[in-house]
Design a protein around this ligand. Structure first.
Ligand SMILES: [Zn+2]
Length: 168
């Protein structure tokens, strides 16, 4: 909640707020979410316009969860922008209204963050996932094979072996 009493009904006035909040509850219900207690940085500009208060801002935080392919734990930054007009209460009902002398940004920011969370998160763009037969992570075995330098005379043979592995 941000105070707006000093700019209410004063079109042209503007205030900027920069603050860090801690989430009192988890945001998001999918494979990844912004967990309870996570810090969220907010950069908000409040502009007084004729109809109400125009809220523009940016939120930065971190989401956590597990890779949708290999189930490794992951965390990654989430950054969203938002803008909404908080109207003065009138005859028409609005989703977002100036309440007394403040605006409540929680629903606005939470919806923007939750909608930006990946539906199918991966630990890395080319995560190969789990071996369908053994259930082991393919990432680790694939990494080890590349480590030893190969004698050029054996390179052709290595290539054949690699193709054989790929075909399995
Ligand atoms: Zn993965």
């Amino acid at each position: 909640m941000l105070p707006v009493h000093d700019i209410v009904r004063r079109p042209g006035e503007m205030r900027e707020h920069r603050l860090t909040i801690r989430l009192s509850e988890q945001w998001g219900e999918g494979l990844v979410s912004v967990v309870q207690g996570e810090e969220l940085d907010l950069d908000v500009r409040l502009e007084s316009v004729h109809e109400g208060i125009l809220v523009t801002g940016e939120a930065d935080s971190t989401y956590r969860g597990e890779c949708g392919r290999c189930l490794n734990p992951i965390d990654a930054p989430v950054e969203v922008e938002f803008q909404e007009l908080f109207a003065y209460p009138g005859e028409e009902a609005n989703d977002f209204e100036v309440q007394d002398d403040h605006v409540d940004l929680e629903t606005l920011v939470r919806d923007a963050v939750v909608l930006s969370l990946p539906f199918q998160p991966v630990c890395q763009p080319d995560c190969p996932g789990l071996d369908p037969e053994t259930g082991e992570r393919l990432t680790e075995s694939a990494g080890k094979e590349q480590v030893a330098p190969v004698d050029p005379r054996w390179a052709a043979l290595q290539q054949i072996t690699d193709q054989g592995n790929a075909a399995e």
